[in-house]
Structures are given as structure tokens and as C-alpha cells.
Design a protein around this ligand. Sequence first.
Ligand code: F6P
Length: 361
Amino acid sequence: MRLGVLTGGGDCPGLNPLIRGVVKRGVQDFGYEFVGIENGYEGLIEPNMARPLTLADTRGILPRGGTILGTSNKANPFQYAFKEGGHWVERDVSDVALRRYRELGLDGLVAIGGDGTLSIASRLSEQGMRIVGCPKTIDNDLQGTDQTFGYDTARAICTEAVDRLHTTAESHHRVMVLEVMGRYAGFLALESGVAGGADVILIPEIPYRVEPIVAKIARRAERKRSFSIIVVSEGAYPLGGAVSVAQAAGDIPGRGVVRLGGAGKVAADLLAQEIEAEIRVTVLGHLQRGGGPSAADRLLASRYGCKVLDLVKDGQWDHMVALKCNDIVAVPLSESRKDRRVDPRGELVRFAKGLGVSFGD
Ligand code: F6P
């Protein structure tokens, strides 16, 4: 059995442990051979972007962030962007990807990625490619799995940021706004906000109003030397407003997905019109994705990686590995096409409110 391995979409901590798990167990337990495809699906479209992936390549990569295979969040074979006459044009080159897969002599492909990468995998499966998927993303917004790897590490980084903002906010009696990632899902903001003891948490699933936030800050201001911490998801927006976009998809060379950004500043500017306290905004950005994986992410990614081989052995193509009630199971790849969002009436939101957190609703 000769298997290709690729990592697509935004990187996240845990990709290398997963690659290591697949290759180590694949070679040692099954005698399989592996081919590393570079930069996501780009490596199946452009020439000379595939190389042998051996046990030697996996040495020392368990604690390393990023991906040794490289990644891309622009290389969609069904909408591949070329520059023609100074303009970007898109074409369906999925036939090229299928041809390269056959030329490389692959019996199957392990596609590691988020919703974009796995939806593409599901479509390529329909065209005859044999694929097993692995769900990753710091956004934790994939249906079909209880948790994606990368999320635990990012949540810990966000929580540490909330802790660090606490001490400086307290010293200066300021309102500190922390903008975190997550795209259209508020998991990172909600869970790091609760874990860090934020006073206000703004998430895309609950469009906010300024008045309740002002009231919350005013209640805190009744205490001497008060300060407040507000965690804002990049996808959060005021009721009647819109998500803050840093760069529209059409403006990004090679297309790709719309880039979100600015939600923290929007919330801060709205508040500045209503309160006297000084406000500062911190945008955590790609620090949330960089660096090595937490122990939990190393474990989850390694379990996913090892489980991939069971699916391959059983011929369970067109499936992805997933975490369900702490078991690693196989679910249809089509599950990855569905989004997961915070339930605004769910337990954690209710409990957070019980702890005094305002969601601006
Ligand atoms: O999906 C992961 C993620 O980090 C999102 O939270 C964020 O909106 C996006 O990727 C950023 O993408 P890029 O690395 O292209 O700026």
C-alpha cells in the first residue's frame, strides 16, 4: 500500500504529531509506503511537489508546531487560481489532481485539514480518489467530531493572554479588549474567556448590543480601582451590524477565503463613545496557531494518526477519523461539510452568565 499524505488549510499545532502517527504505525505495523504531498492540494496540481515520507522524516517532530509538509489555504482543485493577462482566473483542475494521484502510484490519500480541505476531499472521493480525512483547526468548528486537534493549544494560548491582560488592566484600571480567532464560531473566545475569567465575551452566535456591556462595566466601576476584560471573537458583530472583514476573498492574490479582522476595534470604538475608562485593544493573531502542541493535542493527533491505518486496512475510504465520547471513530467525510457553532442556549453560555459574564445580549 502506497499512501499520499497532505496538510491543507491554515496550520495548527498537532499536524506534525499526526503525520508522525500515520507514518510510524503505517511502516511499523503494516509495512506501508508514504509520499509527502507539499503545500496541500497544490502538491497534487503543480509538478515536483511530492517526496518520499519515511520514518527518518518523523524523528523529532512530535513537539514541533506547523507542518513539515507545508500547507496552503488557497489551493482548491475545483477553483484553482491562475494569473492570466495580469488577472486572476479560476478553473476546475480536479482532473489534474486525479491524474497526478495516479502518476504517483498512490493507493490512497490521507488529507489532514479543516472544513475546506475535507470538503474538497469529499468531492475528490466522489471522483474516484480513495481518501481518509483527519479533522484539524483551532476554530473547533467541524461537525462530526467532538473536538479538532489544534484547538486545545490555541485555547490555552488565548487563556494565557487573558491572564496577562488581567495584571496590566488591574494596574491601570483599564478596559482591555482581546480579539481572538475562530472565524464564524465563538468556541475559542467563549472557552478561553470563561477559563480566564473575562467580564464580557462577544461571539458571532450572539450579536451584541453596547448597552448591556456598558452596564456591566459600570457595575464593576462601582468598586474602587476597577478594570474589565472583554474577549471578542473575530466573527463577533453588533446587532444589526456585520462581521468585520480585513480582506475580501476577491482581493486576495490567488483568491482563498475572506480574512476576518477588526472586531475588537469595532467593539472598543463603540464602547469609547459611552464610557470614560481608557480602552486598549490586543489582537492575538497568529500567535494562537504558532508553536508546539499541548499534551492533549499531541495525544489527540497521534490517536487520529494511528486510527487512519485502521480505516485504510478496512477499506473505509471517504471517511474521516473523529473523536466521539473519547473514542476515535470513523465518520463519513460528508460530515465535514457541516459547520458547528456555539449553542447560544447551551450549558457553557448559561453557566458563564451565571458567573456574571455579559455577552452583550
Ligand atoms: O481557520 C483557522 C484560522 O486561524 C481562523 O481562525 C482565521 O480566521 C484564519 O485561519 C486566518 O487565516 P490566515 O492564516 O490565512 O490569515
